[in-house]
Write a protein that binds this ligand. Structure first.
Ligand code: PLP
Length: 441
């Protein structure tokens, strides 16, 4: 049998990271990178924070992991307390997991269990949206509307209804929010409300759309529709939540509380793997009354050292008033990007919230026609940015699942003004260099 081609080892071309501090990472050759998107919007307080590391070490010295069926722990209880306060309202119950996909998976199962506990076993169907990303496990993948990532698994995915994305830059119908919300009601009625378990959506779409906030009014409309038909509303805030958009819950800015939500990336800021499915009292009541507990969870659910990391990160976010800083930085970040890209005709849209801002590149800014996917523009920008010493998050396929190029900046919440300027300048330089090299700019 012939050896596998070396290209199959997809990490072979990557630099090897050695260490990091604050907003900077250094590879083994000594080259430095500024962290303009902590992975996919993960490292919200920067790297190697001694307070967080000390908290994790202290927890490891006491006990790494108290297994959930045997023990509760200080770290888990403290984190639950903190999240309840940060969420406000009736989002009081948590299932801790190790990341975003597990969090989404737990949300889906909670919705099914809620209906089962109420004797409504016919409510099995999920409604989701196109241009969305909910994760890589089969359930989370099933509700994801991201053709490039789901195509290889078609045939083994759940049968999910998919609605249009709600995107002010690429509106469907008019006005956008209302038309998209109407699609939800129409689909519930088409299926029969007694068949529908939940509607899942990203309040600010991340990788699949490029920082696309819900149009004004949309979230309230879908909240009302979900309530009207007893369809649960699941907000996937894995990427946009935990303060990334300037409020701890992204949907807080829309004045809406979901029934169930997923949070991950920024929860423990990348210091330990941690995610959470959060559900409200209304969902908890029949589950606890009829089944006694949620029928989901894993060996590492509520992992103690991960919860300790979450506590330490969230304490810093609160003590240093970082959400106010993120909110205040938003208009500056947008105008810095617009200024740095002045005269670049390919700039179609600059959008997002808080420290979650995307620049969409298009072949024609009047018609909003994307560049052909064959250019692989976003991949070249990622590579050029790395060469220029910037980690940003370029993604492709935001227009139709295949075509489209967006560059996301998601800096740590505590980045300095000088660091933000460096990130924006390096991103603009990388975009311009790639467009010029391809004869597109
Ligand atoms: N949901 C959203 C909105 C995400 O952006 C992601 C990951 O990017 C996930 C779920 C899956 O999270 P994870 O990669 O931690 O499993």
């Amino acid at each position: 049998m012939s050896a596998l081609p070396s290209s199959i080892h997809s990490t072979s071309a990557l630099p090897k990271v050695a260490w990091a501090k604050g907003s900077y990472l250094t590879d083994v050759s000594g080259k430095q990178y500024i962290d303009g998107s902590g992975g996919p919007a993960v490292y919200c307080i920067g790297h190697a924070n001694t307070e967080v590391n000390d908290a994790i070490k202290a927890q490891l010295d006491r006990i790494a992991h108290g297994y959930r069926y045997n023990f509760t722990t200080d770290a888990l209880e403290e984190l639950t307390d903190i999240i309840r306060k940060l969420c406000g309202g009736t989002l009081n119950c948590m299932i801790y997991v190790t990341g975003g996909s597990e969090a989404v998976e737990s949300c889906l199962k909670l919705a099914l269990q809620y209906h089962a506990a109420r004797g409504e076993m016919s409510r099995r169907r999920f409604i989701a949206r196109n241009r969305s990303w909910h994760g890589n496990t089969l359930g989370a993948l099933s509700v994801s509307g991201f053709l490039e990532r789901t195509r290889a698994f078609e045939g083994s995915l759940l049968d999910v209804s998919r609605l249009s994305p709600a995107n002010d830059y690429r509106p469907i119908g008019s006005p956008n929010g209302e038309a998209c919300a109407q699609e939800l009601e129409d689909e519930i009625l088409r299926l029969g409300a007694d068949k529908v378990a939940a509607f899942i959506f990203e309040p600010v779409v991340g990788a699949a759309g490029g920082c696309v906030p819900a149009p004004a009014g949309y979230a309230k409309l879908i909240r009302d529709i979900c309530t009207k038909y007893d369809v649960l509303m699941i907000a996937d805030e894995v990427m946009c939540g935990a303060g990334r958009c300037g409020t701890w819950r992204a949907l807080e800015a829309d004045g809406v509380e979901p029934d169930i939500m997923s949070v991950a990336k920024g929860l423990a800021g990348g210091y330990m793997p941690l995610g959470v499915a959060i559900y409200n009292d209304r969902v908890a009541e029949p589950i606890m009354r009829v089944h006694g507990a949620p029928m989901t969870g894993h060996t590492f659910t509520g992992h103690t050292a991960s919860c300790a990391a979450g506590v330490a990160v969230q304490k810093i976010v609160i003590r240093e008033n970082l959400l106010a800083k993120v909110r205040a930085n938003e208009p500056r970040l947008r105008s810095m990007i617009a200024e740095a890209l002045t005269g670049v005709e390919a700039v179609g849209d600059i959008r997002g919230r808080g420290h979650f801002i995307a620049t969409e590149l298009v072949a024609d800014s009047k018609t909003k026609k994307p560049f052909d996917a064959s250019h692989k523009l976003f991949m070249h920008i990622r590579q050029r940015a790395l060469e220029n010493g910037l980690i940003c998050y370029p993604v492709g396929g935001n227009v139709d699942g295949v075509n489209g190029d967006v560059v996301i900046l998601a800096p740590p919440y505590n980045s300095t003004d000088a660091e933000l300027t460096e990130m924006v300048d390096k991103m603009a330089m990388s975009i311009k260099q790639v467009l010029a090299a391809k004869g597109l700019g």
